[in-house]
Design a protein around this ligand. Structure first.
Ligand SMILES: C[S@@+](CC[C@H](N)C(=O)[O-])C[C@H]1O[C@@H](n2cnc3c(N)ncnc32)[C@H](O)[C@@H]1O
Ligand code: SF4
Length: 401
């Protein structure tokens, strides 16, 4: 089982907090040429690594892939279907900026095979949207979600919290309001102030306040989600699943209902594509700066593509992968970092015996369990509520030799 990620690097303009590999779109884009290059790279993945396994999700991310013409997305999905074993119920997600879509385009995208949207709302306070450098108003974001819901049943939104000058009480109100939108999934990210972003300069120059460094926003977010029936199945991701919402990571009434999180495929509205990352399954990434993890003889290989769009276009004419086999240590650490964020936890059987011994896993798990940071059985280990609050500490402890 694998997935495919497509990175479209252009946006209408650069948001002040964003350090993703994205640049404002200037001038005319030759979509035909870009399309040919994406297919080239995908073909090379097929030739080099594809083992005829099922492809269970395709994710158009960016940047702003909702700026792509519908034919591009439609033909790309057709191409994946032709060249790979795309499962009939595959999750096909498109990231959407509210300013770049209307109902007609949405209907065409649905026709093309897209079945899930992830809409960047970020905030529904106009003043804050301006401060974040977003190009849409609160009303436009809200209208976008409601319009899209008339076309798609599977809708996620992105929100950012712990913003400069934000008060916890206003976040509470804002979050409760957006949870009443017709959505079944939400990604709520705590703002990361990245170097070389405009927001960093605004903070450094004293124009806006630094975000709070306590975990009060995160705790409040968790509580509201739980009370409104959204299940936190990853640190920043919540699926509307009232039955499971009260089982906060490993601390709920019935352990963490592990079978739900490891079902193949995970039930809607859980984000299948991201779950495959946290479970450390293979994925083929295509586009400037995209990453891939592919298995060869049960060992993971990392592949990174040129970041710069112009360089990527030259590279994509005759793509030769820069393959970096991961060492046992790298793979162990990545599994821990990805898996611990996930409510389904880490499958211990995926660790090699030598890694388990080297990192003294048995004793460390025993000590973490005694301190109520994890819950574990012979097969899986997942964080409890207290463990989630100490995520980085637990990761450091487990990955230290
Ligand atoms: C590629 S963008 C999503 C789609 C589209 N580009 C948009 O912004 O509308 C991925 C998401 O990451 C989140 N994000 C980006 N930079 C962030 C930062 N510095 N701190 C927290 N969240 C961030 C935002 O919520 C954003 O919607
Ligand atoms: S947050 Fe989204 S729209 Fe804004 S610059 Fe980053 S990728 Fe582009």
């Amino acid at each position: 089982m694998s997935s495919i990620y497509i990175h479209w690097p252009f946006c209408l303009s650069k948001c002040y907090y964003c350090d993703f590999n994205s640049i404002p779109q200037t001038g005319k884009i030759n979509f035909i040429q870009w399309y040919r290059l994406y297919c080239n790279v995908l073909t090379e993945f097929k030739r080099r690594f594809y083992k005829n396994e099922d492809i269970t999700s395709v994710y158009f991310g960016g940047g702003t892939p909702s700026l792509l013409p519908v034919w591009f997305i439609s033909d790309f999905i057709d191409n994946v279907q032709k060249e790979f074993r795309l499962t009939p119920d595959a999750e096909i997600t498109l990231e959407v900026n509210p300013k770049t879509i209307d109902k007609i385009k949405a209907m065409e995208l649905k026709e093309a095979g897209v079945n899930r949207l992830s809409i960047g709302v970020q905030s529904i306070i106009d003043e804050d949207l301006k401060m974040l450098g977003r190009i849409h108003t609160s009303e436009e974001a809200k209208r976008c979600v409601f319009d899209m819901r008339e076309v798609f049943s599977n809708i996620s939104i992105d929100m950012i919290y712990n913003r400069p000058n934000q008060k916890i009480a206003t976040w509470e109100e804002e979050l409760i309001q957006v949870l009443n939108f017709p959505i079944n999934h939400i990604s709520a990210y705590e703002l990361i102030v990245e170097d070389n972003t405009k927001i960093k300069k605004m903070i450094d120059s004293g124009n806006v306040k630094s975000p709070s460094d306590s975990d009060e926003f995160f705790k409040k977010t968790l509580k509201i989600m739980q009370n409104t029936g959204f299940d936190m199945y990853e640190v920043s991701n919540f699926a509307k699943d009232g039955a499971l919402a009260s089982s906060v990571c490993g601390g709920g009434p019935v352990w963490f209902n592990i079978q739900v999180y490891h079902a193949a495929p995970p039930p809607i509205p859980y984000g299948r594509h991201n779950i495959s990352y946290w479970k450390y399954e293979d994925y083929y990434g295509v586009g400037p700066g995209s990453h891939s993890r592919v298995s060869v003889n049960n060992k993971k290989i990392a592949i990174e593509q040129p970041q710069d769009s112009a360089k990527w276009m030259i590279w994509g004419e005759n793509p030769i992968f820069n393959e970096e086999p991961l060492s046992e240590d790298d793979e162990f650490k990545e599994r821990v970092i990805m898996g611990l964020r996930f409510k389904g936890g880490i499958n211990l059987n995926k660790f090699t015996e030598s890694a388990k011994n080297k990192y003294d896993i048995k004793n460390k798990l025993k000590s973490l369990e005694e301190n109520s940071y994890i819950i574990t059985d012979d097969e899986y280990v997942a964080l409890t509520y207290s463990g989630i609050m100490k995520l980085n500490l637990v990761i450091r402890y487990l990955t230290k030799e």
